[in-house]
Design a protein. Sequence first.
Length: 424
Amino acid sequence: MLTRFSFARTRLLTWWGALPGLSSDALLYALSALFALGLGVTSRQGAQWQWGYLATAPYALCALLAYGFHRLKLRRTSMIRMALLTLVLLGSVAIPLGLEARWRVAQPEVGVIQRAGDNLSKDRNLYPSYDKHGKLINPIAGIPAYESFFPYFPLMGVFGLPSAETHKSKGLTDPRIAMSLLTLLASGLALGLLRTSTKKKIRVAQFLLALPTGALFLSTGGDDMPILALMLLGVTALQRRQNNFAGISLGLAAAMKLTAWPMALGALLVARDSKSRSDWKRIALWVVAIVVVTVAPFAVRAPWAFMSNVFAFPLGLTSVASPAASALPGHILTTLWAPAGHILAPVTFLVGGYFMAKYLRRHWPLTLSQILAILSLVFLTMMCVSSATRIGYVIYPLNFALWSWACTETVVPEKVLAQTVSEF
């Protein structure tokens, strides 16, 4: 059975790799159109189904255009692919985001960030609500209990400042606008500096920004997108051995959300100076400095509330159930047996740490491509064992795998991951 699966996967990868760029783009955009239409029909979340209906036509149009240009058998297709990518971004991100911001339709995290920006502007505690001994303290009236938590580091609240300063909560002051602008600027700079082929850059940009793996999140919620863009900028800086730049980029991401920490830690293992010597101290100095300066004042002000919001609530360790509850193995096991929620993550960390140490000893020093493949596997594993997670977090392992592929000229992401698994 395993041999047949491996053979089928190899044939699929060979077939996909042999497809011309425009042909593969046409297929990706067609699948995106079907996904968007399906989301529009099936989703009960207002921001999601509206995005689905709005994005279906742009994806379908670009799929037809890509297929049509492919049939013309043009020699130089990179410019056409980039033009179609721009058109997709306009139709699947810019227009839906503008309309949803105007209509004030968003996922819950947008309101959470807006309230954080308001608290920042008025010098109030960013973490007024918290869980203490199984009881929610200071809940915000009129909203679900889980929206009372601010499960981010303080720097994320900056995206809520435009609405707080103007006292308007729609249009250009919507936090998604600021998050999308940072995402586009950081990812555009990163892709411009990334040392890889144009073909790979286009594919990375498609998955990060234009396909539903990016466009859906930019338009409806967006809090993970600036994190990914800053991490890609950090990856590019690591590749070019510009370690101050890498430390600043990864430090900013780590000062916004906990999901950036694995990448920041991984960077310490692969940071090299111009003479190929380890330069982890420079990365660590920038990351620690940025995190401490931005987090310490709020953590010292209300340590219990800070820990409850930033760590306990996202990990499902409070009395308030997180809406991040996709039917993945960790959530299912926790539902069947509550103590599993406190056991799975530590056990996975210990077992994974053992095999990670074994792998590092055999393959030291690691390359940037290798650490990205490892992080992809780590994120995928933690998604599966966490008691409170979203299926949408798959954008992290997916992007890491693509970046791993983009940072090497010889190994595709699936082979890197397969090699990593076999070594473990």
